[in-house]
Design a protein around this ligand. Structure first.
Ligand code: PXL
Length: 273
């Protein structure tokens, strides 16, 4: 059974990051081992003013030293929201010391949406993350994160297949092998594009819902990681992730208790296998 190291925060309330990644990876019948970067009362979205955060940097270092003593090694590394610039050097050490040969590194930069940084993050965080981009096999930004990583100004526009391809190529220029961009948006369709190392390009679309839900990036990335590790088919993993996010949004809109801070992905988990 494959064991994936997941390095992200624990947002206790709010259904994002590790509280999404772990159940989704389990649903794929993969083992997910969490190395938490920080613990927060909620996610940092505007629905939850006054959130509290405890940094787990020291615990991360001690955990990694313990795992080293036990010669524990992982089949893949999935990096999501970290929270602080200081976490980046620790993740670099994890890449150097905790992975099996050939283990894939998948990086979801998770620092911005709608042209805005998540609370507490800024360009110093983006610059630090670029070191991880160079170590990544797959980079999964949304459109805002892609703009910030590339030093472009964010524009709230529809953008087409060609523009998606251009951005994906520029992201590869930052040092990742394969780039995947979420947030392709045209008319009533939303989707994601994938550019592989060998130049193959894939675009998958689904229905665009006007309402915004936090945490869909984590749902998307977790499904992509799970399917990629099992199928080794990034194009198939892309399609599964796009379709699953659409199903999770639909299930949320139909729920008797709809929420505005996350999606009820649990209701459609059994669609994954
Ligand atoms: O969904 C990404 C994410 C992860 N972790 C924390 C967040 C967010 C997005 O807002 O605040 C703590």
């Amino acid at each position: 059974m494959k064991n994936i190291l997941v390095i992200q925060d624990i947002s206790c309330f709010g259904k994002c990051s590790s509280t999404v990644a772990l159940p989704i990876l389990s649903q794929f019948k993969l083992t997910a081992t969490l190395l938490p970067t920080a613990i927060l009362s909620t996610h940092t979205g505007s629905q939850f003013p006054g959130y509290v955060m405890t940094d787990l940097r020291e615990h991360m270092k001690k955990t990694m030293a313990h795992w080293q003593q036990l010669a524990i090694r992982f089949d893949a590394l999935y990096i999501g929201y970290l929270g602080m610039v200081e976490h980046v050097a620790i993740v670099e050490q994890a890449i150097d010391s905790l992975l099996k040969p050939g283990a894939k590194v998948i990086l979801d930069p998770a620092f911005a949406d709608h042209g805005q940084f998540y609370s507490g993050l800024d360009f110093s965080y983006v610059n630090a993350l670029k070191r991880l981009v160079r170590r990544s096999d797959y980079l999964l930004p949304n459109y805002s994160e892609a703009c910030f990583l590339l030093g472009k100004s964010y524009m709230d526009l529809e953008y087409n297949r060609h523009e998606t391809q251009v951005l994906l190529k520029e992201l590869q220029g930052l040092g990742t092998k394969n780039s995947l961009l979420t947030g392709y948006h045209k008319k009533n369709k939303i989707g994601a594009g994938l550019l592989l190392e060998d130049g193959q390009f894939f675009l998958e679309k689904s229905t665009f819902y006007r309402q915004h839900f936090a945490g869909t990036g984590d749902v998307f990335a977790s499904v992509f990681v799970g399917d990629l590790l099992l199928s080794k088919r990034p194009d198939q993993a892309l399609k599964k992730a796009v379709d699953f996010v659409a199903a999770a949004i639909q299930a949320t809109l139909e729920d008797e208790d709809p929420i505005d801070y996350a999606v009820h992905f649990e209701k459609v988990l059994d669609q994954l296998h």
